[in-house]
Design a protein around this ligand. Structure first.
Ligand code: ZN
Length: 202
């Protein structure tokens, strides 16, 4: 995986254990800072709840694509495989607010026709979503994993998402969507890419 850019792809310590007590203390500080009373009824357990939620939301930092894509089938299928509408929820790294939507994956298997199951692709998307992300990196990481781990000869990933940092604050544009795509190998050919895009409904 020497092609991975360490800046575009942060590397994580897989043995790190999320320090939930530290998160809870920080959340108590946030509550005080916004003028809330962390001791009032509804909030007494909030810091611990937030800490537990964060541990889940970043669980993908402790996983890698090699484990997730471990099961493949040699079906001798060398044609386009398309999986649409893989739902995901992630956190933008600029505001730590959710962004969510659908990932669509089109790929052409390697010469041996090695394919993977829908559930593995969904797990791959989920793994990269459970990290602090930017949509562009999320999109390219999915594409690169299919090339590097499955040796797919062509990949097209389209991510269609709504960012709460744009909907709830700042630009205040509820419902606006951001589309990103990453194309690798044979899917770079205009005709093949056009076929994939039309099958994806774009
Ligand atoms: Zn953001």
């Amino acid at each position: 995986m020497s092609s991975i850019d360490p800046i575009a792809n942060p590397q994580y310590d897989k043995n790190h254990v999320v320090d939930q007590e530290r998160i809870a203390n920080a959340v108590r500080e946030i509550l005080l800072a916004i003028g809330e009373d962390p001791k009032r009824d509804g909030l007494t357990k909030t810091p611990e709840r937030v800490a537990k939620a964060y541990a889940e939301l970043v669980a993908g930092m402790r996983q890698d694509p090699v484990e997730v894509l471990s099961t493949t089938f040699d079906l001798g299928h060398e044609e386009l495989v398309i999986v649409r509408d893989i739902r995901f929820n992630s956190l933008c790294e600029h505001h730590m607010l959710p962004f969510f939507g659908n990932a669509h994956i089109a790929y052409i298997p390697d010469e041996s026709g090695r394919i993977t199951g829908l559930s593995k692709l969904a797990r791959l998307v989920d793994m990269y979503a459970r990290r602090l992300q930017v949509q562009e990196r999320f999109t390219t990481q999915i594409a690169d994993a299919l090339v590097e781990v499955m040796h797919a000869s062509g990949v097209l990933v389209v991510v269609d998402a709504e960012h709460l940092c744009m909907s709830m604050r700042g630009a205040n544009q509820p419902g606006s969507r951001t589309l990103t795509s990453a194309v690798r190998g044979q899917l770079r050919k205009a005709a093949t890419r056009a076929e994939a895009m039309s099958l994806l409904g774009y």
